[in-house]
Design a protein around this ligand. Sequence first.
Ligand code: HEC
Length: 147
Amino acid sequence: MKIIRNIFFVVLISLFSVSTYAEMSEEEIIKGRKSLFSKNYRTAKRVDILSKDLEFEDAKKYMLVMKKNYEDLLNYFPENTKEGFGTQSLPTIWENKDEFNALMQKSADDLIQLANLIEDADDIRGTLKKYMWKNCNACHSKFRKPH
Ligand code: HEC
């Protein structure tokens, strides 16, 4: 009897903590993705400066940081985070989830390309644009509110 009662309490407590977590996490997820995008912006500027200064080893480290952030971001757009907490995400994300995820993954993959190419590139500015900066706009123009 005692065992059954203990099992009952464990189930009750875990159900309670799951629902609490779900309520908490909407805000945490939206704020979390905003902070990841802001971080990526700062990192992109660093990549840009380091590459133009021909500091390729350091530049490549930050490219890989950005790549990882993009891949983490794939998990930051569940159905229950379409609104609130100052989100600039557009509903088009959830209407075209495959396209959105593919763009995110392409942005991550392009950073690997960039890391492989940058050292031997004739046109550093153009290469940064093609494999890093262009992806920001490609996604924002369709999936982020005008700001
Ligand atoms: C695949 C889509 C995608 C890519 C690629 C992307 N972004 Fe974004 N970005 C978004 C979305 C969606 C938001 C809105 C997030 C929210 O508020 O929920 C956003 C928001 C932001 C924000 C605002 C964060 C805040 O604090 O509200 C900044 C800054 C930003 N992006 C910079 C960049 C830069 C710089 C790049 C390229 C290096 C980039 N993003 C690439 C989709 C993308």
